[in-house]
Design a binder for this molecule. Structure first.
Ligand code: ZN
Length: 262
């Protein structure tokens, strides 16, 4: 769901940032601003400063900063859109989700499969000896643990372990195929991604809709370096942009964006 830019702006204008942040942090007036203990680091002396006129916050110790939405988003660990809705409710501006809600519901089962699959790949990367090897590869490519966690990078095992695991979670094989993580051939089911490092891909609403899988060991002949999910009901390659969902608030604040093709 995309919230109209004008609505986001209106909510930002109307919202009393000190009141919203004040629900999470005890704020005290200090000159034109308010100060309090920063919730984003282990703060002993109040280093969080909130400016009601500029409608921003900044921590002078850890550098956390942003507007009312980023505060709520980071503090409550919720997606940007949820943060906008939350602040909207607080200042009496409802955020319309009508039509898109139905749309989301229709695809709910696929989103659930893709989410569960992402958890599975993450777990496999962190907790197996194959995962250890993949992690070493990622570290060599300068992707540290923080980045791995942040982008939910995982590992797809060989064989059909994902299929078996989804089956145990009561998902239907046909839905797994529709979601693009399992394929079938002569009534046998196989995992689409095998022995690849997995990058989940979000759509503009923040739902994981597909994956990009990269080989990290020596390629067998004819094996593509990257394998992407095939297009399906939820994954349309041309309508997503990697990391767009999580970066939109930052883009809005900085008012510029760098796009990389790689
Ligand atoms: Zn801080």
């Amino acid at each position: 769901m995309l919230i109209p830019e004008a609505t986001i702006q209106k909510i930002k204008d109307e919202a009393e940032i000190t009141q919203i942040i004040g629900e999470f942090v005890k704020l005290e007036k200090s000159g034109a601003n308010y100060i309090g203990l920063c919730p984003f680091h282990d703060d002993k002396n109040p280093s969080l400063s909130v400016s009601p006129s500029k409608k921003i916050f900044k921590c002078f110790s850890c550098g956390a900063s942003g507007n009312v939405f980023s505060f709520v988003q980071n503090h409550r660990q919720i997606p940007f859109i949820e943060a906008v809705k939350y602040v909207g409710e607080k200042c009496g501006i409802p955020v319309e989700t009508g039509g898109t809600y139905e749309y989301s519901q229709k695809y709910e089962k696929y989103y659930k499969i893709l989410q569960t699959t992402t958890n599975f790949y993450e777990f496999y990367l962190k907790n197996t000896s194959e995962g250890q090897e993949a992690q070493e590869y990622l570290h060599k490519r300068n992707l540290n643990d923080k980045i791995i966690k942040r982008f939910r990078i995982g590992l797809a095992p060989n064989g059909d372990l994902l299929y078996q695991s989804l089956l145990k979670d009561q998902f239907q094989p046909l839905d797994m195929i529709e979601a693009g993580v399992v394929r079938s051939s002569s009534s046998q089911y196989y995992d689409v991604f095998r022995n690849r490092i997995i990058f989940p891909l979000d759509n503009l609403e923040g739902h994981i809709v597909g994956f990009s899988g990269r080989i990290f060991q020596n390629a067998k002949t004819g094996e593509p370096k990257y394998l992407n999910s095939s297009e399906n009901v939820v994954f349309q390659k041309g309508s997503i942009c990697y990391n767009y969902y999580d970066s939109q608030n930052e883009i809005r604040q900085k008012d510029h964006v760098y796009l990389f093709e790689g």
